[in-house]
Design a protein around this ligand. Structure first.
Ligand code: GDP
Length: 478
Protein backbone atom coordinates (compact mmCIF):
# COMPACT_ATOMS: atom_id res chain seq x y z
CA UNK A 1 0.00 0.00 0.00
CA UNK A 2 1.00 3.67 -0.07
CA UNK A 3 2.22 3.59 3.54
CA UNK A 4 5.01 1.17 2.78
CA UNK A 5 8.21 3.05 1.94
CA UNK A 6 9.44 2.15 -1.52
CA UNK A 7 13.13 1.61 -2.20
CA UNK A 8 14.68 4.41 -4.24
CA UNK A 9 15.72 2.04 -6.97
CA UNK A 10 13.93 -1.13 -7.83
CA UNK A 11 15.95 -4.16 -6.70
CA UNK A 12 17.94 -5.50 -9.60
CA UNK A 13 16.89 -8.78 -11.10
CA UNK A 14 19.45 -11.04 -9.45
CA UNK A 15 18.34 -14.23 -11.13
CA UNK A 16 18.17 -12.77 -14.64
CA UNK A 17 14.47 -13.38 -15.13
CA UNK A 18 14.72 -16.92 -13.76
CA UNK A 19 17.61 -17.95 -15.96
CA UNK A 20 19.85 -18.55 -12.93
CA UNK A 21 19.02 -21.00 -10.16
CA UNK A 22 18.68 -19.63 -6.65
CA UNK A 23 20.31 -21.02 -3.54
CA UNK A 24 24.00 -20.68 -4.30
CA UNK A 25 26.35 -19.43 -1.60
CA UNK A 26 26.82 -15.81 -2.68
CA UNK A 27 30.27 -15.11 -1.27
CA UNK A 28 32.02 -17.98 -3.01
CA UNK A 29 31.06 -16.52 -6.39
CA UNK A 30 30.22 -12.82 -6.09
CA UNK A 31 29.76 -12.26 -9.82
CA UNK A 32 26.82 -14.65 -10.05
CA UNK A 33 24.42 -12.29 -8.34
CA UNK A 34 26.36 -8.99 -8.53
CA UNK A 35 26.59 -8.87 -12.30
CA UNK A 36 23.31 -6.89 -12.71
CA UNK A 37 24.99 -4.00 -10.85
CA UNK A 38 27.38 -3.65 -13.78
CA UNK A 39 25.67 -4.99 -16.84
CA UNK A 40 22.50 -3.94 -18.55
CA UNK A 41 20.82 -7.25 -17.82
CA UNK A 42 19.40 -9.55 -20.43
CA UNK A 43 18.54 -7.98 -23.76
CA UNK A 44 15.67 -10.43 -24.30
CA UNK A 45 13.40 -12.47 -22.06
CA UNK A 46 14.25 -16.18 -21.79
CA UNK A 47 11.36 -18.50 -22.66
CA UNK A 48 9.69 -20.34 -19.80
CA UNK A 49 10.52 -23.51 -21.72
CA UNK A 50 14.24 -22.69 -21.52
CA UNK A 51 13.96 -21.90 -17.82
CA UNK A 52 12.23 -25.18 -17.01
CA UNK A 53 14.68 -27.02 -19.27
CA UNK A 54 17.57 -25.62 -17.24
CA UNK A 55 15.94 -26.61 -13.95
CA UNK A 56 15.39 -30.11 -15.34
CA UNK A 57 19.01 -30.26 -16.43
CA UNK A 58 20.17 -29.19 -12.97
CA UNK A 59 18.14 -31.97 -11.36
CA UNK A 60 19.63 -34.53 -13.72
CA UNK A 61 23.12 -33.17 -13.11
CA UNK A 62 22.60 -33.56 -9.39
CA UNK A 63 21.56 -37.16 -9.93
CA UNK A 64 24.38 -38.11 -12.32
CA UNK A 65 27.23 -35.72 -11.53
CA UNK A 66 30.72 -36.72 -10.36
CA UNK A 67 30.91 -39.36 -7.63
CA UNK A 68 27.18 -39.97 -7.48
CA UNK A 69 26.24 -43.63 -7.44
CA UNK A 70 25.03 -43.48 -11.03
CA UNK A 71 28.22 -41.75 -12.12
CA UNK A 72 30.39 -44.41 -10.52
CA UNK A 73 28.38 -47.11 -12.23
CA UNK A 74 28.62 -45.48 -15.67
CA UNK A 75 32.33 -44.80 -15.25
CA UNK A 76 32.84 -48.52 -14.78
CA UNK A 77 31.55 -49.12 -18.31
CA UNK A 78 34.67 -47.43 -19.70
CA UNK A 79 36.88 -50.18 -18.33
CA UNK A 80 35.10 -52.86 -20.33
CA UNK A 81 35.17 -50.61 -23.42
CA UNK A 82 31.84 -52.01 -24.56
CA UNK A 83 28.35 -51.87 -23.39
CA UNK A 84 25.39 -53.89 -24.47
CA UNK A 85 22.31 -53.03 -22.43
CA UNK A 86 20.17 -49.95 -22.93
CA UNK A 87 19.76 -49.41 -19.23
CA UNK A 88 22.30 -46.72 -18.53
CA UNK A 89 20.38 -43.98 -16.73
CA UNK A 90 23.06 -41.35 -17.08
CA UNK A 91 24.79 -40.41 -20.30
CA UNK A 92 27.54 -37.84 -20.58
CA UNK A 93 29.18 -35.30 -22.84
CA UNK A 94 32.74 -34.60 -21.82
CA UNK A 95 34.09 -31.29 -23.07
CA UNK A 96 37.82 -31.44 -23.79
CA UNK A 97 39.76 -28.20 -23.31
CA UNK A 98 41.27 -27.04 -26.58
CA UNK A 99 42.34 -23.73 -28.16
CA UNK A 100 42.18 -20.09 -26.97
CA UNK A 101 39.82 -18.86 -24.28
CA UNK A 102 37.26 -17.32 -26.64
CA UNK A 103 37.11 -20.57 -28.57
CA UNK A 104 36.83 -22.59 -25.37
CA UNK A 105 33.87 -20.51 -24.15
CA UNK A 106 32.08 -21.06 -27.47
CA UNK A 107 32.72 -24.80 -27.62
CA UNK A 108 31.66 -25.27 -24.02
CA UNK A 109 28.39 -23.54 -24.79
CA UNK A 110 27.90 -25.74 -27.86
CA UNK A 111 28.54 -28.88 -25.80
CA UNK A 112 26.09 -27.73 -23.14
CA UNK A 113 23.34 -27.11 -25.68
CA UNK A 114 23.98 -30.57 -27.13
CA UNK A 115 23.72 -32.01 -23.61
CA UNK A 116 20.41 -30.20 -23.07
CA UNK A 117 19.03 -31.55 -26.34
CA UNK A 118 20.06 -35.14 -25.67
CA UNK A 119 19.47 -35.40 -21.92
CA UNK A 120 23.15 -35.83 -21.24
CA UNK A 121 25.27 -34.51 -18.41
CA UNK A 122 27.99 -32.03 -19.31
CA UNK A 123 31.30 -32.62 -17.57
CA UNK A 124 34.24 -30.35 -18.29
CA UNK A 125 37.94 -31.04 -18.61
CA UNK A 126 39.37 -29.54 -15.41
CA UNK A 127 42.76 -28.80 -16.94
CA UNK A 128 43.87 -25.42 -18.32
CA UNK A 129 42.72 -23.08 -15.55
CA UNK A 130 39.03 -23.77 -15.93
CA UNK A 131 38.10 -23.68 -12.26
CA UNK A 132 40.22 -20.55 -11.73
CA UNK A 133 38.22 -18.71 -14.37
CA UNK A 134 34.63 -19.87 -13.97
CA UNK A 135 32.44 -20.60 -10.97
CA UNK A 136 30.42 -23.79 -10.83
CA UNK A 137 27.26 -23.15 -12.87
CA UNK A 138 25.10 -26.00 -11.54
CA UNK A 139 23.92 -26.17 -7.93
CA UNK A 140 25.33 -28.72 -5.48
CA UNK A 141 27.20 -31.06 -7.83
CA UNK A 142 30.34 -30.06 -9.72
CA UNK A 143 30.64 -29.83 -13.49
CA UNK A 144 34.35 -30.66 -13.34
CA UNK A 145 35.33 -34.06 -14.64
CA UNK A 146 37.15 -35.79 -11.77
CA UNK A 147 40.92 -35.76 -12.37
CA UNK A 148 40.98 -39.52 -11.79
CA UNK A 149 38.81 -40.11 -14.88
CA UNK A 150 40.51 -43.14 -16.36
CA UNK A 151 41.23 -41.84 -19.88
CA UNK A 152 41.94 -38.20 -19.10
CA UNK A 153 45.59 -38.71 -20.10
CA UNK A 154 44.49 -39.59 -23.62
CA UNK A 155 42.57 -36.35 -24.21
CA UNK A 156 45.49 -34.47 -25.76
CA UNK A 157 46.24 -37.26 -28.20
CA UNK A 158 42.66 -37.62 -29.46
CA UNK A 159 42.43 -36.53 -33.09
CA UNK A 160 40.50 -37.46 -36.21
CA UNK A 161 42.73 -40.49 -36.78
CA UNK A 162 42.21 -41.96 -33.29
CA UNK A 163 40.62 -45.43 -33.27
CA UNK A 164 38.23 -44.08 -30.63
CA UNK A 165 36.99 -41.33 -32.93
CA UNK A 166 33.55 -41.65 -34.45
CA UNK A 167 34.92 -40.97 -37.94
CA UNK A 168 37.39 -43.82 -37.60
CA UNK A 169 34.69 -46.15 -36.33
CA UNK A 170 32.47 -45.33 -39.30
CA UNK A 171 35.34 -45.90 -41.72
CA UNK A 172 36.13 -49.26 -40.18
CA UNK A 173 32.48 -50.34 -39.81
CA UNK A 174 32.72 -50.69 -36.03
CA UNK A 175 29.40 -48.87 -35.80
CA UNK A 176 27.74 -51.85 -37.54
CA UNK A 177 28.72 -54.27 -34.76
CA UNK A 178 26.08 -55.41 -32.34
CA UNK A 179 28.34 -54.57 -29.40
CA UNK A 180 28.35 -50.86 -28.77
CA UNK A 181 31.34 -48.86 -27.52
CA UNK A 182 30.91 -47.43 -24.04
CA UNK A 183 32.70 -44.27 -25.08
CA UNK A 184 33.78 -42.54 -28.22
CA UNK A 185 35.56 -39.42 -29.28
CA UNK A 186 33.87 -36.79 -31.46
CA UNK A 187 36.26 -34.72 -33.51
CA UNK A 188 34.37 -31.49 -34.29
CA UNK A 189 37.31 -29.20 -35.02
CA UNK A 190 37.75 -27.20 -38.22
CA UNK A 191 39.86 -30.00 -39.78
CA UNK A 192 37.22 -32.74 -39.40
CA UNK A 193 36.81 -35.49 -41.99
CA UNK A 194 33.61 -36.29 -43.80
CA UNK A 195 32.90 -39.22 -41.44
CA UNK A 196 33.28 -36.94 -38.41
CA UNK A 197 30.71 -34.63 -39.98
CA UNK A 198 28.12 -37.41 -39.78
CA UNK A 199 27.68 -36.28 -36.19
CA UNK A 200 25.31 -33.68 -37.66
CA UNK A 201 23.02 -36.32 -39.24
CA UNK A 202 19.89 -37.73 -37.62
CA UNK A 203 20.68 -41.40 -38.24
CA UNK A 204 24.07 -41.00 -36.61
CA UNK A 205 22.50 -39.21 -33.69
CA UNK A 206 20.31 -42.28 -33.24
CA UNK A 207 23.45 -44.41 -32.97
CA UNK A 208 25.22 -41.96 -30.66
CA UNK A 209 22.16 -41.75 -28.45
CA UNK A 210 23.01 -45.15 -26.97
CA UNK A 211 26.66 -44.44 -26.20
CA UNK A 212 27.07 -43.49 -22.53
CA UNK A 213 30.23 -41.38 -22.91
CA UNK A 214 30.80 -38.89 -25.73
CA UNK A 215 34.09 -36.99 -25.53
CA UNK A 216 34.16 -33.87 -27.68
CA UNK A 217 36.98 -31.70 -28.93
CA UNK A 218 36.27 -28.65 -31.06
CA UNK A 219 37.52 -25.14 -31.70
CA UNK A 220 34.26 -23.92 -33.20
CA UNK A 221 30.84 -22.62 -32.20
CA UNK A 222 28.87 -25.49 -33.70
CA UNK A 223 25.47 -24.42 -32.36
CA UNK A 224 24.15 -23.23 -35.76
CA UNK A 225 24.68 -26.74 -37.17
CA UNK A 226 22.61 -28.25 -34.35
CA UNK A 227 19.74 -26.17 -35.75
CA UNK A 228 20.17 -28.01 -39.06
CA UNK A 229 19.45 -31.43 -37.49
CA UNK A 230 15.74 -32.11 -38.08
CA UNK A 231 15.16 -34.13 -34.90
CA UNK A 232 16.35 -31.20 -32.75
CA UNK A 233 14.30 -28.60 -34.55
CA UNK A 234 11.16 -28.58 -32.46
CA UNK A 235 13.00 -28.62 -29.17
CA UNK A 236 15.26 -25.77 -30.27
CA UNK A 237 12.27 -23.72 -31.38
CA UNK A 238 10.72 -24.19 -27.96
CA UNK A 239 13.90 -23.35 -26.11
CA UNK A 240 14.80 -20.36 -28.26
CA UNK A 241 11.85 -18.67 -29.97
CA UNK A 242 14.34 -15.85 -30.72
CA UNK A 243 17.24 -17.59 -32.40
CA UNK A 244 19.81 -14.85 -31.87
CA UNK A 245 19.64 -15.28 -28.09
CA UNK A 246 21.26 -18.73 -27.79
CA UNK A 247 24.72 -17.64 -26.69
CA UNK A 248 23.43 -14.57 -24.90
CA UNK A 249 21.32 -16.75 -22.60
CA UNK A 250 23.51 -19.82 -22.27
CA UNK A 251 26.65 -17.71 -21.86
CA UNK A 252 25.08 -15.70 -19.06
CA UNK A 253 23.84 -18.93 -17.52
CA UNK A 254 27.16 -20.80 -17.64
CA UNK A 255 30.01 -18.32 -17.28
CA UNK A 256 30.36 -16.54 -13.96
CA UNK A 257 33.82 -15.08 -13.31
CA UNK A 258 35.48 -16.43 -10.17
CA UNK A 259 36.18 -13.95 -7.37
CA UNK A 260 39.74 -13.33 -8.55
CA UNK A 261 38.55 -12.47 -12.07
CA UNK A 262 35.60 -10.53 -10.69
CA UNK A 263 38.10 -8.40 -8.76
CA UNK A 264 39.90 -7.61 -12.01
CA UNK A 265 36.60 -6.68 -13.64
CA UNK A 266 35.04 -4.58 -10.90
CA UNK A 267 38.20 -2.67 -9.94
CA UNK A 268 38.81 -1.79 -13.55
CA UNK A 269 35.20 -0.86 -14.15
CA UNK A 270 35.04 1.41 -11.14
CA UNK A 271 38.37 3.09 -11.87
CA UNK A 272 37.95 3.72 -15.59
CA UNK A 273 34.40 3.22 -16.79
CA UNK A 274 31.75 3.82 -14.16
CA UNK A 275 31.79 7.63 -14.26
CA UNK A 276 31.63 8.05 -18.04
CA UNK A 277 28.47 9.24 -19.77
CA UNK A 278 29.15 6.77 -22.54
CA UNK A 279 31.30 3.65 -22.72
CA UNK A 280 32.73 2.46 -26.02
CA UNK A 281 34.61 -0.83 -26.41
CA UNK A 282 37.15 -1.47 -29.17
CA UNK A 283 38.63 -4.97 -29.55
CA UNK A 284 41.61 -5.30 -31.86
CA UNK A 285 42.78 -8.77 -32.82
CA UNK A 286 45.43 -9.23 -35.47
CA UNK A 287 45.86 -12.58 -37.17
CA UNK A 288 49.07 -13.02 -39.22
CA UNK A 289 50.06 -9.45 -38.78
CA UNK A 290 52.79 -7.80 -40.84
CA UNK A 291 54.78 -5.07 -39.10
CA UNK A 292 54.15 -2.55 -41.90
CA UNK A 293 50.40 -2.67 -41.45
CA UNK A 294 50.20 -0.57 -38.31
CA UNK A 295 49.01 2.66 -39.90
CA UNK A 296 46.41 0.89 -42.06
CA UNK A 297 44.90 -0.87 -39.09
CA UNK A 298 44.90 2.36 -37.10
CA UNK A 299 43.24 4.21 -39.97
CA UNK A 300 40.63 1.49 -40.31
CA UNK A 301 39.74 1.74 -36.63
CA UNK A 302 39.43 5.53 -36.81
CA UNK A 303 37.51 5.43 -40.09
CA UNK A 304 35.01 3.05 -38.48
CA UNK A 305 34.54 4.97 -35.24
CA UNK A 306 34.06 8.33 -36.96
CA UNK A 307 31.99 7.12 -39.92
CA UNK A 308 29.61 5.26 -37.63
CA UNK A 309 29.48 8.19 -35.18
CA UNK A 310 30.84 6.11 -32.34
CA UNK A 311 33.55 8.60 -31.42
CA UNK A 312 33.87 12.34 -32.16
CA UNK A 313 36.39 13.66 -34.64
CA UNK A 314 39.25 15.81 -33.43
CA UNK A 315 39.83 19.36 -34.52
CA UNK A 316 43.37 19.52 -35.87
CA UNK A 317 43.26 23.22 -36.75
CA UNK A 318 42.26 25.27 -33.77
CA UNK A 319 42.27 24.51 -30.10
CA UNK A 320 38.77 24.96 -28.68
CA UNK A 321 38.69 25.86 -25.05
CA UNK A 322 35.55 24.41 -23.64
CA UNK A 323 34.20 26.97 -21.21
CA UNK A 324 30.87 25.53 -20.13
CA UNK A 325 30.84 23.48 -16.94
CA UNK A 326 29.54 20.02 -17.70
CA UNK A 327 30.86 18.28 -20.78
CA UNK A 328 29.94 14.83 -21.98
CA UNK A 329 32.58 12.26 -21.13
CA UNK A 330 33.29 9.19 -23.20
CA UNK A 331 35.42 6.31 -21.93
CA UNK A 332 36.97 4.08 -24.55
CA UNK A 333 37.98 0.62 -23.40
CA UNK A 334 40.44 -0.92 -25.82
CA UNK A 335 41.75 -4.46 -25.79
CA UNK A 336 44.60 -5.79 -27.86
CA UNK A 337 47.75 -7.82 -27.47
CA UNK A 338 49.64 -4.72 -28.64
CA UNK A 339 49.70 -1.32 -26.88
CA UNK A 340 50.31 0.68 -30.06
CA UNK A 341 46.75 1.41 -31.19
CA UNK A 342 45.57 2.42 -27.78
CA UNK A 343 48.57 4.73 -27.25
CA UNK A 344 48.02 6.41 -30.58
CA UNK A 345 44.29 6.99 -30.06
CA UNK A 346 44.74 8.15 -26.47
CA UNK A 347 47.35 10.68 -27.57
CA UNK A 348 45.16 11.89 -30.41
CA UNK A 349 42.40 12.79 -27.95
CA UNK A 350 44.87 14.44 -25.59
CA UNK A 351 46.74 16.47 -28.17
CA UNK A 352 43.61 17.74 -29.93
CA UNK A 353 40.14 18.88 -28.88
CA UNK A 354 37.10 17.11 -30.21
CA UNK A 355 34.80 18.98 -32.57
CA UNK A 356 31.89 18.31 -30.25
CA UNK A 357 33.65 19.37 -27.06
CA UNK A 358 33.24 15.86 -25.64
CA UNK A 359 36.06 14.61 -23.45
CA UNK A 360 37.36 11.23 -24.60
CA UNK A 361 39.54 9.09 -22.37
CA UNK A 362 41.12 5.92 -23.71
CA UNK A 363 42.25 2.93 -21.65
CA UNK A 364 43.63 -0.53 -22.21
CA UNK A 365 43.90 -2.98 -19.32
CA UNK A 366 46.77 -5.12 -20.63
CA UNK A 367 49.09 -5.64 -23.58
CA UNK A 368 50.27 -9.19 -23.36
CA UNK A 369 52.03 -9.12 -26.77
CA UNK A 370 51.20 -12.75 -27.58
CA UNK A 371 48.76 -15.49 -26.72
CA UNK A 372 49.85 -17.43 -23.61
CA UNK A 373 46.95 -19.77 -23.02
CA UNK A 374 47.49 -21.89 -19.88
CA UNK A 375 49.31 -19.11 -18.00
CA UNK A 376 46.87 -18.35 -15.22
CA UNK A 377 47.13 -14.54 -14.98
CA UNK A 378 47.10 -14.28 -18.77
CA UNK A 379 43.88 -16.27 -19.02
CA UNK A 380 42.32 -14.33 -16.16
CA UNK A 381 43.05 -11.04 -17.89
CA UNK A 382 41.70 -12.32 -21.20
CA UNK A 383 38.45 -13.37 -19.51
CA UNK A 384 38.22 -10.09 -17.54
CA UNK A 385 38.70 -8.11 -20.75
CA UNK A 386 36.05 -10.02 -22.68
CA UNK A 387 33.67 -9.39 -19.81
CA UNK A 388 34.57 -5.68 -19.51
CA UNK A 389 33.94 -5.22 -23.24
CA UNK A 390 30.51 -6.80 -22.74
CA UNK A 391 29.68 -4.02 -20.24
CA UNK A 392 30.13 -1.19 -22.73
CA UNK A 393 27.30 0.68 -24.50
CA UNK A 394 28.67 0.28 -28.02
CA UNK A 395 31.24 -2.17 -29.22
CA UNK A 396 33.67 -2.42 -32.13
CA UNK A 397 35.18 -5.88 -32.65
CA UNK A 398 37.48 -7.61 -35.13
CA UNK A 399 36.25 -10.00 -37.82
CA UNK A 400 36.87 -13.70 -37.15
CA UNK A 401 37.72 -13.25 -33.49
CA UNK A 402 35.99 -15.53 -31.00
CA UNK A 403 37.30 -13.20 -28.25
CA UNK A 404 35.13 -10.48 -29.80
CA UNK A 405 32.16 -12.81 -30.33
CA UNK A 406 32.07 -13.72 -26.65
CA UNK A 407 32.25 -10.05 -25.63
CA UNK A 408 29.38 -8.84 -27.79
CA UNK A 409 27.13 -11.83 -27.38
CA UNK A 410 27.46 -11.94 -23.61
CA UNK A 411 26.61 -8.24 -23.47
CA UNK A 412 23.65 -8.60 -25.81
CA UNK A 413 25.30 -6.11 -28.15
CA UNK A 414 25.26 -6.00 -31.93
CA UNK A 415 28.82 -4.89 -32.61
CA UNK A 416 30.36 -2.94 -35.43
CA UNK A 417 32.77 -5.47 -36.89
CA UNK A 418 36.02 -4.33 -38.50
CA UNK A 419 36.58 -6.15 -41.79
CA UNK A 420 39.54 -8.47 -41.77
CA UNK A 421 42.71 -6.36 -41.91
CA UNK A 422 44.46 -6.60 -45.23
CA UNK A 423 48.05 -5.91 -46.20
CA UNK A 424 48.59 -2.32 -47.22
CA UNK A 425 44.97 -1.16 -47.56
CA UNK A 426 42.15 0.13 -45.40
CA UNK A 427 39.02 -1.86 -46.14
CA UNK A 428 36.23 0.33 -47.48
CA UNK A 429 33.80 0.43 -45.77
CA UNK A 430 35.96 -0.09 -42.68
CA UNK A 431 33.32 -1.94 -40.66
CA UNK A 432 29.71 -3.14 -40.70
CA UNK A 433 26.99 -3.60 -38.12
CA UNK A 434 26.34 -7.24 -37.15
CA UNK A 435 22.86 -8.58 -37.96
CA UNK A 436 22.48 -10.59 -34.79
CA UNK A 437 23.85 -11.20 -31.33
CA UNK A 438 25.13 -14.64 -32.27
CA UNK A 439 28.73 -15.79 -32.80
CA UNK A 440 29.76 -17.22 -36.17
CA UNK A 441 30.43 -20.92 -36.78
CA UNK A 442 33.58 -20.71 -38.92
CA UNK A 443 33.79 -24.20 -40.38
CA UNK A 444 30.35 -25.81 -40.71
CA UNK A 445 30.07 -29.44 -41.86
CA UNK A 446 28.43 -28.82 -45.27
CA UNK A 447 27.24 -32.36 -45.54
CA UNK A 448 23.93 -33.42 -47.05
CA UNK A 449 22.72 -36.25 -44.83
CA UNK A 450 20.02 -37.39 -47.26
CA UNK A 451 22.20 -37.50 -50.37
CA UNK A 452 25.20 -38.59 -48.33
CA UNK A 453 27.53 -36.13 -50.01
CA UNK A 454 29.35 -32.97 -49.12
CA UNK A 455 27.25 -30.01 -50.15
CA UNK A 456 27.28 -26.28 -49.79
CA UNK A 457 23.53 -25.79 -49.88
CA UNK A 458 22.61 -26.68 -46.33
CA UNK A 459 21.97 -23.03 -45.46
CA UNK A 460 18.77 -23.03 -47.43
CA UNK A 461 17.25 -25.69 -45.22
CA UNK A 462 16.21 -23.38 -42.42
CA UNK A 463 15.31 -19.73 -42.47
CA UNK A 464 17.11 -18.51 -39.38
CA UNK A 465 20.64 -19.65 -40.33
CA UNK A 466 22.68 -17.48 -42.70
CA UNK A 467 26.26 -16.95 -43.78
CA UNK A 468 28.30 -14.75 -41.47
CA UNK A 469 29.05 -11.21 -42.59
CA UNK A 470 32.69 -11.58 -41.61
CA UNK A 471 33.17 -15.11 -42.98
CA UNK A 472 31.28 -16.09 -46.11
CA UNK A 473 31.65 -19.83 -45.50
CA UNK A 474 30.61 -19.52 -41.87
CA UNK A 475 27.08 -19.86 -40.52
CA UNK A 476 25.24 -17.90 -37.87
CA UNK A 477 21.81 -17.77 -36.33
CA UNK A 478 19.79 -14.60 -36.67
P1 GDP B 1 40.52 -15.56 -31.17
O1 GDP B 1 41.84 -16.19 -31.50
O2 GDP B 1 40.49 -14.08 -31.40
O3 GDP B 1 39.39 -16.25 -31.86
O4 GDP B 1 40.27 -15.69 -29.59
P2 GDP B 1 40.74 -16.74 -28.48
O5 GDP B 1 40.34 -16.14 -27.17
O6 GDP B 1 40.24 -18.09 -28.75
O7 GDP B 1 42.33 -16.82 -28.58
C1 GDP B 1 43.12 -15.67 -28.48
C2 GDP B 1 43.88 -15.59 -27.15
O8 GDP B 1 44.93 -14.62 -27.27
C3 GDP B 1 43.03 -15.11 -25.99
O9 GDP B 1 42.33 -16.12 -25.36
C4 GDP B 1 44.08 -14.48 -25.11
O10 GDP B 1 44.82 -15.49 -24.48
C5 GDP B 1 44.97 -13.78 -26.13
N1 GDP B 1 44.42 -12.48 -26.51
C6 GDP B 1 44.03 -12.08 -27.74
N2 GDP B 1 43.60 -10.80 -27.71
C7 GDP B 1 43.71 -10.38 -26.44
C8 GDP B 1 43.40 -9.15 -25.76
O11 GDP B 1 42.94 -8.17 -26.34
N3 GDP B 1 43.61 -9.11 -24.43
C9 GDP B 1 44.14 -10.18 -23.75
N4 GDP B 1 44.33 -10.05 -22.44
N5 GDP B 1 44.44 -11.35 -24.34
C10 GDP B 1 44.22 -11.45 -25.67
Amino acid sequence: SEDIPQPLTAPKDKLLGGLLPSGFDETSCLSRYESPLYSKGLQHKPSSYLISGLRRYEALHKQCGPYTELYNRTVDLIKSGEYSSDSSVCNYVVWISYSGLGNRILTLTSAFLYALLTNRILLVDPRVNLSDLFCEPFPEVSWLLPPDFSIIDQFNSFNKKSPHSYGYMVRSNVTQNSRKPSFLYLHLSHDFDVQDKLFFCDTDQTFLHKVPWLLVKSNNYYVPALFLIPSFEQELNNLFPEKETVFHFLGRYLFHPTNSVWGLITRYYQAYLAQADEKIGIQIRLFNFGAGDFKYVLNQILACTTKENLLPQVNLNEPIVNSSGKTKTVSVLMTSLSPRYFEEIRNMYWENPTVTGEIVSVFQPSNEERQQTEKLMHDRKAWAEMYLLSLTDKLVTTAWSTFGYVAHSLGGLKPWILYKFKNGTVHDPPCFRAVSLEPCYHSPPYYDCKKKTESFNSVNIVSHVRHCEDNSLGLKLF
